[in-house]
Design a protein around this ligand. Structure first.
Ligand code: ADP
Ligand code: MN
Ligand code: MN
Ligand code: MN
Length: 414
């Protein structure tokens, strides 16, 4: 079966144009057989299952402490704790890691302190005795108690602090792109080539010729629900090999905690499937392929109440006045994605519109019709830091300033 697939790909490779550019480095790993759905895991599931079935002492839990590293990715390590400590985040002890190994501390003072901020159930270590092993989201401090540079959560926390009455909801759409382990060939693409059909059939697709990586998204979905993450949906995306899930609505800083943990879970799932996942905003630059974003849907309490459209528009004017400031923190490489093509607005211009997917900010038709609801900031890239994005948006829209009115650019007029 696998050989037949390989032969098919080799046989048809000449028909595809070569990929001239890919922003990531090719690694030495190579997957010779290109599966359209998953990589090739060398792990025998029955062997793993036999270890996983071993019972754990009822008075102990495994706690996986997760933190954000210097590149905005996640890292983790495990410790055994008395089960009672896992009942609430305040009962969990602080911990530490060697920051000199992650580029987060100098070698001569390498200890970084992990402060637990949020508990999730661990979907990778389920147990049947009614006790939960846990994933613990942490943020990072120096031994003296100062937030380290990569701790963007601490900044966001201060931005939200004292303004709890706003009850700001965030719904984050996380797009991601799956590759074979060669890190060059997106899932479903022929090695060294491109799909023979252009974009069109892949978005929200079904069928083996259209949807690549569904099992990864499905597994992520289950794992997130099990963990207690408010994952609100998933869909196949426009570029073959690209997928999306949404987290939210979550209130304030919790949006950052939940999205970061969902990214950790995504990486763990991809590890199991042996598929490389990137959050790069423009994984394939050559050709007509969509980039990947982290559309950020936002509403304050006032926006969700009668007449809230007025508040939404005021927030949009404030965001327009600080366009460049926002773009600067909306993700690395985002300028490759925000070209004004492929359902994006240009990185240099701010515009908004009703139902306009070519705008920086979109107001949904329902929100306009009901005169209340939420808006969607379409600018953040898939690799953007959710703490930075949510904190920055909140800071800008709750600022007490007068800003000029901006005229909408609706689809009909565009
Ligand atoms: P799109 O139509 O842009 O693809 P999605 O359905 O993918 O939108 O994502 C919309 C996200 O917005 C979901 O996570 C949803 O839970 C969230 N959302 C819904 N209502 C609100 C609201 N009032 N405030 C903030 N986020 C919201
Ligand atoms: Mn979406
Ligand atoms: Mn999308
Ligand atoms: Mn969207």
């Amino acid at each position: 079966m696998k050989l037949a697939v390989a032969a098919l790909l080799v046989g048809s490779a000449a028909a595809f144009a070569p990929v001239a550019f890919n922003p990531r480095q090719s690694s030495s790993l190579s997957a010779e057989l290109l599966s359209k759905q998953t990589g090739i895991s060398s792990l025998d599931p029955s062997v793993i299952a036999s270890y996983a079935s071993l019972g754990l002492p009822a008075d102990k839990i495994l706690a996986e402490y997760v933190w954000v590293d210097a590149e905005g990715g996640t890292r983790s390590k495990t410790r055994t704790l008395p089960a009672a400590k896992g009942e609430s985040v305040d009962k969990l002890p602080k911990w530490n890691f060697d920051g000199s190994s992650t580029g987060q501390a100098p070698g001569d003072d390498s200890e970084v302190i992990l402060r637990p901020v949020r508990i999730f159930r661990d979907p990778f270590r389920p147990r049947s005795d009614g006790v939960d092993n846990i994933l613990v989201m942490c943020d990072c401090y120096t031994p003296a108690g100062d937030a380290i540079e990569s701790n963007t959560r601490a900044v966001a926390e201060s931005q939200f602090e004292g303004k709890e009455d706003e009850v700001c909801w965030f719904g984050l759409e996380q797009e991601f792109t799956l590759f074979n382990l060669d890190e060059v060939t997106p899932l479903g693409w022929p090695k060294g080539g491109m799909p023979s059909r252009p974009q069109g059939p892949y978005y929200c697709s079904v069928g083996p010729e259209n949807n690549f990586g569904r099992q990864i998204t499905e597994s992520l979905y289950r794992a997130c629900l099990y963990a207690g993450i408010e994952i609100s949906g998933t869909n196949g995306e426009v570029m073959p090999g690209q997928q999306e899930y949404q987290v939210g609505p979550c209130v304030g800083i919790d949006a950052g905690d939940q999205l970061m943990m969902s990214r950790y879970i995504l990486q763990r799932v991809c590890e199991d499937f042996q598929v490389y996942c990137t959050l790069h905003p423009k994984p394939i630059v050559d050709g007509d392929w969509n980039g990947a974003g982290m559309h950020t849907n936002v509403s304050t309490k006032a926006m969700r109440e009668e007449g809230g459209l007025k508040d939404i528009k005021e927030a949009i004017y404030k965001l327009g006045a600080k366009h460049a400031e926002h773009i600067a923190v909306y993700g690395e490489g985002n300028e490759l994605r925000l070209t004004g093509k492929f359902e994006t607005a240009s990185v240099d211009e701010f515009c908004y519109g009703v139902a306009n997917r070519g705008a920086s900010i979109r107001i949904g038709r329902d929100t306009e019709a009901e005169g209340k609801g939420y808006f969607e900031d379409r600018r953040p890239s898939s690799n953007a830091d959710p703490y930075v994005v949510c904190g920055k948006i909140f800071d800008t829209i709750t600022e007490d300033v007068e800003v000029p009115v901006i005229e909408p650019m609706n689809k009909e007029e565009a």
